[in-house]
Write a protein of this length. Structure first.
Length: 416
């Protein structure tokens, strides 16, 4: 039972960290969206204090708020100020924890596909971490280069880098991991903006004020540029983080093109809201163009075909062997083939199922063995699968799946 208990604990750990990631992510995204909207809505009015670039009145929760922004800094600082930074840091830290729990601990299943690139686990993890870090370095150098003086030029170059990374990730990792890593690549740039530029610049301004010096206005301008970039990158990152639930996004031949188009859609949607908050009214064209791009994505998701996970399983046979070596495997395999494989096969035969759910193939010994943990979690320890128990799997059959998982893990001494 030890293997089963450990697997359950690990599953709940992943769930708990994912939940925390969503909580702090909402806090970060909410504050980011709010302050960009506030900044764009500021109005210059007569009688404002010296140094105030604009103000906005807001009503919420039964009260009124008068918001004023100093272009550089106020003449003197209040005793208490709220710093918005931990929302960003916590989002990145919990996101990296999720990456480690799911993709590093489960590298053979979720990160590395021998049919894409036959990497050792340590190599895949090292490549993952290095690629995420290099994104910030490239981006920061661009912002500080002559290119960074042109907002539009910088965004075009950044988009080209993101497209190149999207393609590159699909040449190294599984489709699921490729899109997830593109999201992590982008999110790291966003958090690094806060950690290395926005907050340090604000601290320098505070220190100058306390020392009686006039703060350098370029510090605020630089921080605002990075904050604006974060604002435009947020929506694509959300899509990429959700994409692992939808094989039509990650498990297709043109998944990297889909990711590139999602960045364009995200920018268009943010442009609509930023224009609206800036007093530019409602624009119809960003939504029309976004809809056209999304239709293109729908077409691209079926224009090419990537083999479902498990095809070409000879490359994975060695990794699957420990789970196939125990006597209980035969019984568990029969359960899966009888109750699961009509949907989880390269060409599903169940009415209404046109694509392999979650891109998980369970129609041969190797793929069943490779997906052992998934199977026991979804159909052994819980009743999540089959949906509504449409194939009428029995409690005895569920117990057979759990028994196989426990015996195989105990016999092989493998981790989760």
């Amino acid at each position: 039972m030890f293997a089963e208990d450990l697997a359950v604990m690990w599953e709940w750990l992943a769930f708990g960290v994912r939940w925390l990631h969503v909580i702090v992510g909402i806090a970060w995204i909410g504050s980011s969206f709010y302050f960009i909207a506030l900044d764009l809505g500021l109005k210059k009015r007569p009688g404002l204090p010296e140094g105030v670039s604009g103000e906005e009145w807001q009503v919420h929760g039964g009260g009124f708020y008068r918001m004023q922004k100093y272009l550089v800094a106020p003449p003197e600082l209040p005793e208490h100020m709220t710093w918005f930074k931990w929302e960003s840091y916590s989002t990145w830290l919990t996101g990296f924890a999720m990456l480690a729990i799911v993709y590093y601990a489960g590298a053979n299943l979720y990160l590395i596909d021998p049919n894409v690139m036959d990497l050792p686990v340590w190599g895949g993890i090292a490549l993952s971490m290095a690629s995420i870090g290099v994104g910030w370095v490239l981006y920061d150098l661009l912002c500080k280069s002559p290119v960074g003086k042109s907002q539009n030029g910088l965004m075009i170059v950044l988009f080209a880098i993101l497209v190149a990374m999207a393609w590159g990730y699909t040449q190294v990792f599984t489709g699921r991991a490729a899109l997830l890593h593109l999201g992590a690549f982008t999110a790291t740039i966003m958090t690094a903006n806060v950690f290395f530029i926005i907050i340090p610049n604000q601290k320098i301004v505070v220190a100058d004020l306390l020392a009686g010096k006039t703060p350098d206005p370029r510090l605020g301008q630089q921080a605002k540029q990075r904050s604006l970039h974060n604002n435009y990158l947020t929506l694509p990152v959300l899509f990429l983080m959700l994409s692992n639930h939808y094989p039509l996004a990650f498990a297709t031949e043109y998944n990297w093109v889909i990711a590139a188009l999602i960045f364009l859609i995200g920018v268009l949607i943010r442009h609509y809201f930023n224009t609206l908050h800036g007093g530019g009214g409602h624009l119809a064209w960003p939504w029309a163009l976004s809809a056209a791009l999304f239709i293109a994505i729908m077409w691209l998701s079926t224009a090419g075909r990537v083999p479902a996970s498990g095809e070409g399983d000879q490359a994975s046979l060695a990794a699957a062997q420990p789970m196939m070596a125990v006597e209980s495997f035969a019984e568990a395999r029969d359960v899966v083939l009888t109750r699961c494989s009509m949907c989880h096969t390269a060409e599903p035969v169940w009415e209404g199922v046109h694509r392999t759910p979650k891109n998980v193939v369970l129609d041969n010994d190797a793929t069943i063995a490779l997906n052992a943990r998934r199977i026991v979690m979804q159909a052994g320890l819980s009743h999540a699968m089959p949906p509504a128990n449409v194939t009428e799997i029995t409690d005895t059959e569920r117990q057979a799946l759990v028994r196989w998982y426990d015996e195989a893990r105990a016999a092989s001494g493998l981790a989760l």
